[in-house]
Ligand binder design. Structure first.
Ligand code: IMP
Length: 188
């Protein structure tokens, strides 16, 4: 068993800095505000990874919004690979029928999780459904997903921070980074 996790010492490289994230979130908030003025916007985010992005993005939006939260777990995968099998741990708490829904995601990797969620939410008859993701890893996409708002397109690396975890840790880092290889391999 290795010693306690040292969050910052475990990071090999910062891919997206705190400043870059904050600036991009402000831009996305402005675009979303312009696009949804006069409509009934509901932001739906998916716990836990999207929590910091949702919290910052909603405050960068200056039109009225409702928010709702879902939690899903993908099962059958590993700590760094999603399987596409999705279980809903927490469902929406209110109807989204006739609402303009913007699904707020942390990262789109294979797209399997989002593909499932899109079909699920469409079944609830929203007036419209769009996708906003902080990070996009197109290299690994298995299903075609129409993404309407993207923060950053990144290369195919497993990233942590700003909500994203490895083994449930590192979510509270204020930037998006890559861990040292020995951390991923469990060598501490
Ligand atoms: P997908 O179904 O392969 O698109 O994976 C989506 C989910 O896998 C995300 O919402 C994350 O929870 C997780 N995920 C994918 N890539 C990463 C990563 O690089 N770091 C941390 N979590 C990731």
């Amino acid at each position: 068993m290795s010693g306690p996790v040292d969050l910052k010492a475990d990071v090999a490289e910062i891919l997206v800095s705190e400043e870059a994230i904050q600036e991009r979130v402000r831009e996305l908030g402005q675009r979303i505000s312009d696009d949804y003025r006069g409509r009934n916007l509901t932001l739906v985010s998916v716990l836990k990874g999207s929590l910091p992005f949702m919290a910052d993005l909603m405050r960068a939006i200056d039109v009225p919004v409702r928010i709702d939260l879902m939690e899903v777990s993908s099962y059958g995968g590993t700590a760094t690979e999603s399987s596409g099998l999705v279980r809903i741990l927490k469902d929406l708490s209110a109807s989204i029928a006739d609402e303009d829904v913007l699904l707020v995601e942390d990262i789109i990797d294979t797209g399997l999780t989002l593909n499932y969620l899109i079909r699920y939410l469409r079944g609830k008859n929203p007036a419209s459904l769009r996708i906003c993701t902080l990070l996009d890893k197109p290299a690994r996409r298995l299903v075609d997903i129409p993404v309407d708002y993207t923060g950053f397109t990144i290369e195919d690396r497993f990233v942590v921070g700003y909500g994203l975890d490895y083994g449930e840790l590192y979510r509270n880092l204020r930037f998006v980074g890559v861990l040292r290889p020995e951390v991923y391999s469990g060598g501490g």
